[in-house]
Design a binder for this molecule. Structure first.
Ligand code: AHR
Length: 494
């Protein structure tokens, strides 16, 4: 048994954990939207509300889901928003294109439907604009259609399509991965394009927050330096960290297990390096947030690039096994976001349904939640709370030297919440928490399983789920819990 001690410092608040750090990514790709979230208004055999599956809505409401980025991804750079408004029967059928998948796209899920989804879930909409095949005019028109109150031909169309009030969308992406699928731009040329788009978008709605495409250090330095005289045009710089180095989705080795967790933890350095570039280029003249637009585990079976991809399943569906190990990476990443909550301005896990690190999966009329769903839900008390420093002060280490037990803490009017990860592959831990002695009551929930590759399936949907965990006192007014290996628990102190 690893005897670990954590120390929380409630008097040194880090910052607010914005609900925007708990966003999701919904792309018209594979079965994420069409055939996942969206079954269409005419669907007879799956209960739905306005075309969105009721079982998914119910699960997502309990998560919660404060923000959704839509409609892509790579898809966004082919998407023409006017295809997705007006009577469904009159919408054009297009070739839906993203990430080497080409599908028939009837545009049934368009702007109004997406806004309906957001309002049903209480989520903030984040729209990704088309720079690949679009134009500044097209994106300005979408912004005007969504946000302006003045009576114009575009806003009259919005009203006649059923929305008398503006949607008031704050977040607008100016392209997606323009260094790759979004046009293979040279960074300086993209920065010039961005400057043109952003200037014109600002004319339409000054309150729109604009997200510029970021990437690695070289790209970020060059796009930002090109905009050095126009810092006010950038609100957020996007990065897309995916985790590739965990070997197979199932049947992975102990080394693979630790490699994936270590890669997830590297996100913190990536954020710091990106922040340092922003600061060095703009020298404090503007606070630009880091938008972790897409993030998550992406196993080799469902990609045709990166480590191990040659062993992959074909055709690529982006649908992968989602195990306890994958869910642990989420807890480690969220802890990093909390520590960096003054720099990370938003984040969306990929994807919202069926693909990559989805919280919910479907098979015909059946739906189940992944271990990731349960781990993400355990983090609910942190949303909107104040991040607090918490440090391991004793206990075992992992092979890469990181502590086996780590945590994130937050405080709010309701009390303090601490999410603890025991990342050890096979060693349980007794975890003592210093710094919460003032609190009288404690409760906890845990997500754990007999194996790091445990998962839920259509036939065994509740194999991994959250359970109550006992919180003990040690006789000296200190609280402790016992955690099995590869588990995540949230302790709430009131
Ligand atoms: O999530 C799938 C794809 O991954 C997205 O379309 C793209 O932005 C990223 O490369």
């Amino acid at each position: 048994m690893n005897r670990a001690t954590l120390e929380v410092r409630p008097d040194e608040p880090i910052g607010t954990i914005s609900p925007r750090l708990y966003g999701w990514f919904a792309e018209h790709l594979g079965r994420s939207c069409y055939g996942g979230l969206w079954v269409g208004r005419d669907c007879q055999d799956i209960p739905h509300t306005g075309g969105f599956r009721n079982d998914i809505l119910e699960a997502l409401r309990a998560l919660p889901v404060p923000m959704i980025r839509w409609p892509g991804g790579c898809y966004a750079d082919h998407y023409h928003w006017q295809d997705g408004i007006g009577p469904s029967a009159e919408r054009p059928r297009r070739l839906g294109m993203s990430c080497d998948l080409q599908v028939e796209d009837d545009n049934g899920l368009g702007t109004h439907e997406f806004m309906h989804l957001c309002s049903m879930l209480g989520a903030e909409p984040y729209l990704a604009g088309n720079v690949g095949t679009g134009s500044p005019q097209e994106l300005c028109d979408w912004l005007e259609y969504c946000n302006r109150r003045q009576r114009t031909t575009l806003t009259e169309r919005r009203i006649s399509n059923g929305a008398s009030e503006p949607f008031d969308v704050r977040l607008w992406g100016v392209g997606n991965e323009t260094w790759g699928c979004g046009g293979n731009y040279d960074p300086v040329i993209y920065a010039h394009e961005y400057r043109r788009y952003a200037t014109m978008l600002r004319h339409v709605d000054r309150k729109a927050e604009l997200v510029m495409v970021g990437h690695d250090a070289d790209w970020n330095t060059r796009v930002l330096e090109t905009l050095a005289d126009h810092p006010y045009l950038v609100d957020h710089l996007a990065i897309h960290p995916y985790f590739f180095r965990g070997g197979a989705e199932l049947g992975f080795s102990v080394d693979d297990y630790y490699a994936l967790l270590a890669e997830a933890c590297e996100i913190e350095d990536y954020i710091s390096r990106t922040a340092a570039i922003i600061d060095s280029v703009f020298d404090g003249r503007r606070h630009i947030g880091i938008a972790v637009d897409e993030w998550g585990v992406w196993h080799p079976e469902v990609r045709d690039f990166g480590p191990g991809a040659s062993q992959g399943r074909r055709p690529v569906t982006y649908e992968q096994a989602s195990t306890m190990r994958d869910a642990l990476t989420s807890a480690l990443v969220l802890a990093a976001f909390h520590r960096q909550c003054n720099r990370v301005s938003l984040a969306n896990q990929a994807h919202i349904a069926n693909m990559l690190q989805a919280p919910v999966m479907t098979d015909g009329s059946r739906m189940w939640c992944t271990p990731n769903y349960h781990v993400m839900r355990l983090h609910t008390p942190h949303i909107g709370a104040t991040a607090l420093p918490i440090q391991p002060v004793s206990g075992d280490s992992l092979p890469d030297g990181r502590p086996a037990v780590s945590a994130t803490a937050s405080g709010s009017a309701k009390g303090m919440a601490i999410t603890v990860v025991n990342a050890h592959f096979d060693r349980p831990a007794q975890v003592l928490v210093n710094g919460v002695n003032d609190h009288r009551t404690a409760s906890a929930e845990i997500v754990a399983a007999e194996s790091a590759e445990a998962m839920n399936t259509v036939d065994d949907p509740n194999h991994v789920q959250a359970k109550m965990l006992e919180v003990h006192q040690d006789g000296m007014d200190r609280w402790y819990v016992e955690l099995p290996p590869h588990s995540v628990a949230t302790l709430v102190f009131a």
